[in-house]
Design a protein around this ligand. Structure first.
Ligand SMILES: *[C@@H]1O[C@H](CO)[C@@H](O)[C@H](O)[C@H]1NC(C)=O
Ligand SMILES: *[C@@H]1O[C@H](CO)[C@@H](O)[C@H](O)[C@H]1NC(C)=O
Ligand SMILES: *[C@@H]1O[C@H](CO)[C@@H](O)[C@H](O)[C@H]1NC(C)=O
Ligand SMILES: *[C@@H]1O[C@H](CO)[C@@H](O)[C@H](O)[C@H]1NC(C)=O
Ligand SMILES: *[C@@H]1O[C@H](CO)[C@@H](O)[C@H](O)[C@H]1NC(C)=O
Ligand SMILES: *[C@@H]1O[C@H](CO)[C@@H](O)[C@H](O)[C@H]1NC(C)=O
Length: 748
C-alpha cells in the first residue's frame, strides 16, 4: 500500500512538471469473474458472473434479485481516491438503487436510483453509465472522503433482473466546460448554470431582437453540491414580453416571455402562520432540523404502535413480516429534537400489546408453514397470508411477539419521561389495525372501540402530563374519515353519522363529562387520491393540480373521490380538506385545532413532488392549518427537502404572517402565489410555476423596489439549493421560469 505522503509527493512532483499523470483505473468486472481483490457480498440473488446471453467481450454478469436483494461487491482494502464508477447495464429499466458503502464504519452514500441517470436502459443492448464521485446523480452532492470499499446494486420492492458489464473505478473524469441552462428571473436577472471553467464573458442577452447590456454578475456555488455553479447576470434594464435569446458560448437558450398577469399584495391584511405546519416525520438529525428550519417533528408511523418504551423494542407490523426490532428511545429522541429547536408530536401506543423483544415475530414458518411470502433476510418469518392472499387463521398468539400494554403502563412511561412532548397522538391509524396489525388486533375496529381507546389513553396522557396537548384519531385517509373498518353498517348503527363528525361530537360530550378537554387537535392523515404513479406528463400535471383538493370547494377530485364518494357529507366530490374540517370543527367541537400528521407530495424523487410541496406549504399557511408533518423524512437534497429549505432554510424564513394576495386571473392548476409579512413591512413571496415549458410573469403591485434574497429550485437550473441577493428595480415585470419554485424576501 502506498502511503499518503508518497502520493502527495508524487502529486507535487507531477504538478511541478505541469501535468498530472492519472493513476490506473481499477477494474471490478471485465469478463468471466470478479477482478482480483473483489469479493461477492450479494444476497438473495441469482448471479452468473460468466453470462453469455448478452455481453461485451466474452461474458457479462447476469443478476436476478428478489425484493430488496442486491448484487454487492467488496474490495479487500479501501478504494483509493477514484474519480467515479463506470458500468454498462442492460435490462427492462430495472428498479435499482446504487449505493457506495464502507464496511468499516457502515457509512453510505446517498442512494442513487437508476432513474437519476436520466437514460433509458434497454434490455437488448448495454448502456454505459458514469457516477462522478464529485457530483452524484440525483442529488449532485459529492461522495466525500470515507473508507469506501463496497458497491451495492439493490433491487426495489418487486425485485430486478438485469445484466452488468465492464464495471470499473475510473481514475479521472474530465468535465467539459458547459453552459447547462440560462433562465430569466424576477425583474432583471438572467441565471446561468455551468459546469467546469466556462468563459462567462461569452454570455449575451437580447430581448425583442435588441441587445440588453449586463451591469454586473454574481457567481454562487452551493456548499452541498459544488460541482455546478450559477451566475446571476444583472441586466441594465427590465425584462418584458417578447422573444428572449441568451447566447452562452456555443449554446443558445430561447424563450418567449409572456404578457403579464396583474396582481397585488396587501401586507396590512394578514394573520399569523402557525410555524408547526412546516413539520416532518422523524427528522434525521439536529443539523437537519436547523438546515431545513423544521419547527415540528413527529414520532409516528405503523411501527410505533408496538413501541415498548420499557425495553426499547418495536414491531414493523405488515410493513415487514410482523417482526420485532430494537428501537431508538423516544425519550432521547424528544430530548435531541427539542435541543435542536423543534416541537414534537409523539405517538402513544393504544392497542393492547407492544413488542416484547428485539427479535420475535408473529408468523413463524414452524407454526404456519404455508404462507404467501417469507422475509428474504429471515426465512422463518412469514407475512401472515395464506398463499391465496387471505389472512392466516387461526390468528397467532399475541404472546409470540408482544407483551400486554394498557393505560397504567402509558402513565408510568409518560410520567417518567425526562423530555416532554408538545403533542401526543393516540396511536396511529388505529382504524386499520386489523390490517397493519392483524396479528395482535385481527377484528375490525369500529366507531365505539376507537372512541373508547382515544378517551382512555388521552385521559391517561393528560393525567401523566397535565400540559400536554392531545391529537387524535390520526385517521389514514379520506375513506376512513367517514367510516370504520367494519364498513357502512357501522355508520348505520350510529344514525348514519360519518365517523369523524361523530367522533368530534362524542369528544365534545366527553369534555362535559370529564370536565376537561381531552382532544386538542383533530389529527388526520392526508394522501392525494389521484393515481399519478405512471409519472408521465399527464400524471405530473394531475399531481400539480391536486393541491387544490386542500382548499378549493370547486375542485372535483380527479380520483374515485370525485366519482364515487360514498359518505354523507356536503359537496362530497370536492375534498376541500382544510375548509371542510374547519366547518365540521366549528359545528361539532369548536376550539379544536386541525393537524395533518402525515401527508406526502406523492413523489419524493421527481421535481413535481418538490413543486407540490412548495405549493402545499403555502396553502397550509394561507388556510390557517395548525400543524402538519410530512411523511416520511424528506431527503434534504431531494425535491421535497428543497421545498422546505425554500421556505425555512438556514434561518431565513418565509413571513410569520400570511399576507393577502389578489390576482386578476388566478390559475391554481398551474400557479401558486403566496405572500408573507413580518409586522406588515417585510415582504416575502413564494411563487410556483407548475407549467413544464413556459415562463410566467406578473405585474404585482406593492412589491417594493430594493434588495431581496432570491432562492429557487427546479426548471433548467435543476434540483439544487440556488440562492443570491438581487435588486428589484420595479415590479411591473416579474418572471418565474418553467417548473420553478421561487422565494423572494426583502432584505434590509
Ligand atoms: C454471489 O452471491 C450470491 C448471493 O449470495 C450467490 O447466489 C452466488 O452464487 C454468488 N456467486 C459466486 C460466484 O460466488
Ligand atoms: C461548445 O463549447 C464547449 C466548451 O467550449 C465545447 O467543449 C463543446 O465541444 C462545444 N460544442 C459544440 C457543439 O461546439
Ligand atoms: C433562437 O433564436 C435565435 C434568434 O431568433 C435563432 O437564430 C435560433 O435559431 C434560435 N435557436 C433555437 C434553438 O430555437
Ligand atoms: C385461502 O386459503 C385458505 C387456506 O387454504 C382457505 O381456508 C381459504 O378459504 C382460502 N380463501 C379464499 C378466498 O379462497
Ligand atoms: C395494566 O397492566 C398491569 C400489569 O399487568 C396491571 O397491574 C394494571 O392493573 C393494568 N391496568 C389496567 C388499567 O388494566
Ligand atoms: C400516462 O399514463 C397513464 C396510465 O398508464 C395512461 O393512461 C396515459 O395515457 C398516459 N399519458 C401519457 C401522456 O402518456
Amino acid at each position: 500500500m502506498r502511503s499518503n505522503t508518497f502520493l502527495k509527493l508524487v502529486a507535487l512532483a507531477t504538478l511541478a512538471l505541469g501535468f498530472v499523470k492519472a493513476a490506473d483505473d481499477l477494474p471490478i468486472y471485465t469478463d468471466g469473474a470478479l477482478a482480483s481483490g473483489w469479493e461477492n457480498w450479494s444476497w438473495s440473488s441469482t448471479i452468473d458472473f460468466a453470462a453469455t446471453d448478452l455481453f461485451v467481450g466474452t461474458s457479462s454478469v447476469s443478476v436476478t434479485s428478489s425484493e430488496w436483494a442486491a448484487l454487492s461487491v467488496k474490495l479487500e482494502g479501501t478504494f483509493p481516491t477514484y474519480a467515479g464508477l463506470r458500468f454498462d447495464i442492460a435490462g427492462a429499466q430495472p428498479d435499482l438503487t446504487i449505493m457506495i458503502q464502507s464496511s468499516t464504519d457502515n457509512a453510505q452514500s446517498p442512494s442513487i436510483p437508476l432513474s437519476a441517470f436520466g437514460k433509458t436502459i434497454s434490455p437488448t443492448g448495454f448502456t454505459s453509465l458514469l457516477i462522478d464521485f464529485k457530483s452524484l446523480p440525483g442529488t449532485g452532492s459529492p461522495l466525500g472522503d470515507g473508507t469506501w470499499d463496497r458497491i451495492t446494486f439493490q433491487a426495489g420492492g418487486s425485485g430486478a433482473t438485469y445484466h452488468l458489464d465492464n464495471i470499473v473505478l475510473v481514475s479521472s473524469i474530465v468535465v467539459a466546460p458547459q453552459f447547462l441552462s440560462a433562465e430569466p428571473f424576477a425583474n432583471n436577472v438572467i441565471a446561468v448554470t455551468t459546469a467546469g471553467p466556462v468563459d462567462l464573458s461569452a454570455v449575451k442577452v437580447t430581448l425583442k431582437g435588441a441587445p440588453i447590456s449586463i451591469s454586473g454578475k454574481t457567481t454562487y456555488s452551493p456548499p452541498d453540491t459544488p460541482a455546478k455553479s450559477i451566475t446571476y447576470f444583472n441586466l441594465a434594464s427590465s425584462l418584458g414580453p417578447g422573444p428572449l435569446v441568451i447566447t452562452a458560448g456555443n449554446t443558445t437558450f430561447n424563450y418567449t416571455l409572456p404578457a403579464v398577469q396583474y396582481g397585488s399584495i396587501v401586507q396590512s391584511v394578514n394573520y399569523p402562520i402557525n410555524p408547526h405546519v412546516y413539520g416532518v416525520n422523524f427528522p434525521k438529525s439536529a443539523s437537519y432540523i436547523q438546515t431545513l428550519g423544521v419547527p415540528m417533528s413527529r414520532w409516528g408511523g405503523n411501527a410505533v404502535t408496538a413501541y415498548n418504551p420499557f425495553g426499547g423494542f418495536t414491531n414493523a407490523g405488515n410493513d415487514w413480516y410482523f417482526e420485532n426490532r430494537a428501537s431508538d428511545s423516544a425519550d432521547d429522541w424528544l430530548g435531541w429534537v427539542k435541543g435542536a429547536g423543534s416541537a414534537s408530536m409523539l405517538t402513544v401506543p393504544a392497542l393492547d400489546w407492544v413488542s416484547k423483544d428485539a427479535s420475535s415475530y408473529s408468523y413463524p414458518r414452524t407454526q404456519y408453514p404455508d404462507q404467501k411470502a417469507f422475509d428474504p433476510y429471515n426465512s422463518d418469518a412469514g407475512n401472515g397470508l395464506f398463499p391465496n392472499g387471505s389472512y392466516l387463521s387461526p390468528s397467532p398468539d399475541p404472546n409470540n411477539a408482544y407483551t400486554p400494554w394498557n393505560t397504567t403502563l402509558v402513565k408510568k412511561w409518560l410520567t417518567g419521561l425526562k423530555n416532554k412532548p408538545t403533542i401526543v397522538t393516540i396511536d396511529n391509524e388505529m382504524e386499520i389495525a386489523s390490517n397493519t396489525h392483524q396479528d395482535m388486533h385481527p377484528s375490525p375496529m369500529g366507531y365505539d372501540e376507537e372512541l373508547s381507546r382515544v378517551i382512555n389513553f388521552a385521559t391517561a396522557a393528560k393525567e401523566a402530563l397535565p400540559n400536554v396537548l392531545v391529537g387524535a384519531p390520526s385517521t389514514c385517509s379520506w375513506w376512513f374519515y367517514w367510516t370504520s373498518s367494519i364498513g357502512y353498517t357501522d355508520n348505520a348503527a350510529h344514525y348514519n353519522i360519518d365517523f369523524l363528525p361523530w367522533f368530534l361530537g362524542e369528544m365534545k360530550k366527553q369534555e362535559a363529562k370529564s370536565k376537561k378537554r381531552l382532544l386538542d387537535y383533530l389529527d388526520i392523515h392526508y394522501y392525494f387520491q389521484a393515481d399519478t404513479s405512471s409519472n408521465n406528463a399527464t400524471a405530473k400535471a394531475t399531481r400539480l393540480r391536486a393541491t387544490r383538493s386542500l382548499w378549493d370547494t370547486s375542485y372535483v377530485d380527479e380520483s374515485w373521490v370525485g366519482s364515487d364518494p360514498q359518505n354523507h357529507q356536503w359537496n362530497p366530490t370536492a375534498v376541500s380538506l382544510i375548509p371542510r374540517f374547519r366547518t365540521l370543527i366549528d359545528q361539532l367541537y369548536p376550539g379544536t385545532k386541525l393537524s395533518i400528521g402525515e401527508w406526502s407530495s406523492t413523489n419524493d424523487n421527481d421535481l413535481t413532488g418538490g413543486l407540490v410541496t412548495a405549493d402545499v406549504l403555502g396553502i397550509f399557511g394561507k388556510y390557517k392549518l395548525d400543524a402538519a408533518t410530512y411523511w416520511a423524512t424528506p431527503n434534504e437534497l431531494g425535491p421535497v427537502g428543497l421545498a422546505y429549505w425554500l421556505y425555512r432554510g438556514a434561518g431565513n424564513f418565509f413571513g410569520r404572517s400570511s399576507a393577502q394576495v389578489n390576482l386578476a386571473t388566478p390559475n391554481p392548476d398551474t400557479q401558486g402565489v403566496y405572500a408573507g409579512t413580518e409586522g406588515g413591512n417585510t415582504l416575502s413571496l413564494v411563487i410556483i410555476n407548475k407549467n413544464p415549458n413556459s415562463p410566467i410573469a406578473f405585474d404585482m403591485s406593492n412589491v417594493p423596489a430594493g434588495n431581496y434574497l432570491l432562492r429557487h429550485f427546479g426548471g433548467g437550473a435543476g434540483l439544487v439549493k440556488w440562492q443570491t441577493t438581487i435588486s428589484i428595480k420595479n415590479s411591473q415585470y416579474l418572471v418565474i421560469p418553467a417548473y420553478t419554485a421561487l422565494f423572494l424576501k426583502q432584505t434590509p
